[in-house]
Each structure stands twice: as C-alpha cells, then as structure tokens.
Write a protein that binds this ligand. Structure first.
Ligand code: DSN
Length: 419
C-alpha cells in the first residue's frame, strides 16, 4: 500500500512534486485521449513489493529463483487477457506500447523489410514508421493517409499503395483517428499483397474488449496494445496473437529486446484486466463514446469544425485553425485554465506538427471520474469561451473558476480528497 509519509520523510522534493501532480489530476480536467485514471487497486499493485523481483523468462520457466508468487500474478494477467480479448496467446511483458510494437514487428520481419502504416501527421503513431523512430530506421517505411475531405481512411487507396509497395507488414491502428477501423478490410488488403497485418489497438483497447469497436483479433496476425488508455490499467504494453505466432512473440520480447519484466506493472495489468471483465466496464465504454459525441457536437455548434464530422470512439480532432489559432496556442491557453489536451495535426495540415491546426480531445479520463453528457457539454462550452477569446484575462479567470467548481463534484479514483 502506498503511503505518503515514508516518501515525504525520505525525499520531500519528490514527494512534493507527486503531491502537486495529484492535485493537478484532481482539480484539472483531463482530456488527453491516451490518458486515464487507474483504480486504487491498480495503483496499489503497481506500488507493491513486486518491483523488487527479477523474473526473466515466463511463468514456470524463469531464470531466477523465488518466482512462485510472481508466476501466479503473470498467469492471472495472461489468462484474463486471453479471456477478455478472445486471443489464443497473450504476452503481458512489454514495458510499453512502443516495446510491444517493436517485438511484434521483429517477431516476423527483419531489418530492411518494407512496412506500410498510417502517417503520423494523419493520425498514425511514431512507431508506425516515422523516420526518427526505430520503426523508420530499421524498416523501409511507407505510408497511407486519410482522405482530406472526409477525414476517413480510404481503403481502396491503401490497397493501391500496398500493391505498389508490396510491404512485408501492414500496420493498422491509430493515435488520432475518430472513426471505426475496418480490420477485416485491412486483412483482405494484407492477404492480397501477402503481408502480415499488425493491429495497434492501444487507443481503442477498452472499446475492443467490450465489443464497442470491432475486434482485430482473428483479423490481424498480431495485435499490440497499451494497457493504460481506454483499457484503464497501468502504463504498459501487451501483445495478442494466434498460437502459431506465440513462440516468436515470446522470444522476441525476452530475450530479444527486454530483460526482466516489470512484475509490479504486470500485477497492475492483471487487476485492470479483471476490472475490464466486469459488466460495468462496458457501461463505462458506452459513456466514453456518448461523452465524446456530445462534446464534439457541442464544439461544432460553437463554431469549431470537427475532423470527419464527429466520432465513433473515445476521441475527436477539433480544427482550431478554422478560428485562426494554432493547436499549440489552444493547448497552452487551455493549460492555463486547468484543462489538459494536446495539439495534433489534422488531415492536410498546413502548419508544422510543432504548431498544428488541431486539438485532440478524449473522454476516457473524465468519464472515469463520472462526467456525463451534461458535464461534457459544459466542458465544451468552457473550451469554446477561452479559445474564442484567448487573450481575454477576465474570461480565462472566470473559466478557471468554472473548471474548479466542476471538478470539485467528481472524485478521482485513487486520489485522496484531502489534496
Ligand atoms: N503518445 C500516445 C498518444 O498520446 O496517443 C501514443 O503512444
């Protein structure tokens, strides 16, 4: 169990920074689409003595003694992952989503092979082939985008590019795409060009687990995810695949790219996967989507175009460039009043990624703390008020107070009210 006192006594500087972050999480409005609040139970597991234990290998096949209890934990995590997602094989050891992607690619591909992924500037991820990332340095990366008019993935165009490129691997999945991803269509494309299909479901994992987004399991050869976004677990990664790819995945994770697994985080994953198996987790996912749709509609009514016109999932992209400000400016102004979101390029963006014309907004965290559609419309109104008057100090002050008033009524799991 985490307590404040030992840390405060041993290291007041770190303790103070953590206390400040607790306050920020409690009193601010968290709209970063890739963040969430884990339960107190997950926090306790992650803060447990399991951080002291080395356990290289897999349950029952370790390179260290004393692994009998961490074996129990890892087996629970694997079994729950299999059951929740309907996967034949699960590896819960990747330290992060990027590590999961790295292991997935190297389990079936070699340096120099061609990959085809969604461009980062049109909703993809660094690890889907960006030149500064391992994925763009080790592989010959090619990209598909979205239709600039509709904001949607144009599957005919993906097929056309795949036929030209003949990639060894096609990466489906996104970091900033608000519409349903057609994994079945991606598999047809992959089969047509003889490629492996990877599905990075990091963002939508909680929706996939509950049937609120079509699953990639059974379509993609290998599915990778993080455990901390819509899945609401601890920060980490996980890989799912058919049995035939299992041994390759396991040996690419360890000893291929990692040493000792983070057993305390795996304990947190086990707890979170158990929570996601409960019926109320599906209700949570339904509210996440309804909240995103309500907020997107409210912002559209207040003069902000929404990329693709709305959302099917937990996030959406607002074209703040349309009212003459950059995404970076919007992000900074919102930060000042206690609302966290992040700038993002929008399809066909004319601003560089450091400035961007879009703002990415997600509802996983605010839904966890109990915001419903009424609160989401109120948040949209706060955002509209400050973005329409970013230099008006009186408006910023008023809206800062509104943020505090709203968050005061909604506790955050695992965070003590006394902060
Ligand atoms: N950086 C994460 C996101 O915000 O989407 C993905 O890894």
């Amino acid at each position: 169990m985490l307590t404040r006192d030992p840390l405060t006594q041993a290291d007041p500087d770190v303790a103070a920074a953590i206390a400040d972050e607790r306050r920020r999480q409690l009193h601010g409005i968290e709209l970063i689409a890739s963040e969430n609040y884990t339960s107190a139970a997950v926090l306790e597991a992650v803060g447990s003595v399991l951080t002291n234990k080395y356990a290289e290998g897999l349950p029952g096949k370790r390179y260290y003694g004393g692994c009998e209890y961490v074996d129990v934990v890892e087996r629970i995590a694997i079994d729950r992952g299999k059951e929740l997602f309907g996967a034949d094989h699960v590896n819960v050891q990747p330290h992060s989503g990027a590590n999961a992607n790295l292991a997935a690619y190297f389990s079936v591909m070699n340096p120099g092979d061609k990959i085809l992924g969604l461009s980062l500037t049109e909703g993809g991820h660094l690890t889907h082939g960006k030149d500064v990332n391992f994925s763009g340095r080790f592989f010959e990366a090619h990209f598909y985008g979205v239709d600039h008019e509709t904001g949607l993935i144009d599957y005919d165009n993906v097929l056309k590019i795949a036929k030209e490129v003949r990639p060894k691997g096609i990466i489906s999945g996104a970091s900033a795409y608000s519409r349903t991803i057609d994994f079945k269509r991606f598999r047809e494309i992959a089969d047509e060009v003889g490629a492996y299909l990877f599905a990075d479901i990091a963002h939508i994992a909680g929706l996939v687990a509950t049937g609120l987004h079509p699953t990639s399991i059974g379509q993609a050869h290998i599915t990778m995810t993080t455990t901390h976004k819509t899945l609401r677990g601890p920060r980490g990664g996980m890989i799912m695949c058919a049995e035939e790819f299992g041994a390759g995945i396991d040996k690419t994770v360890f000893p291929g790219m990692q040493g000792g697994p983070l057993m305390h985080v795996i304990a947190g994953k086990a707890v979170a996967l158990g929570e996601a198996q409960q019926p109320d987790f599906k209700t949570y996912g339904e509210h996440v989507i309804a909240n995103a749709q309500a907020m997107a509609a409210a912002l559209a009514e207040r003069g902000f175009p929404i990329v693709s016109g709305g959302t099917d999932n937990h996030l959406f992209l607002v074209d703040v460039g349309a009212i003459g400000i950059s995404g970076r400016k919007a992000e900074r102004v919102l930060d000042k009043i206690g609302i966290s979101a992040n700038r993002n390029t929008i399809p066909g963006d004319t601003r560089p990624p450091t400035q961007a014309s879009g703002l990415r907004i997600g509802t996983p965290a605010i839904t966890t703390r109990g915001f419903g559609e009424t609160e989401c419309i109120a948040v949209a109104d706060m955002i509209a008020r400050v973005l329409h008057a970013p230099e008006d100090e009186a408006t910023l002050k008023r809206v800062s107070r509104d943020v505090l008033d709203l968050t005061a009524g909604f506790p955050v799991p695992g965070i003590d009210e006394s902060f």
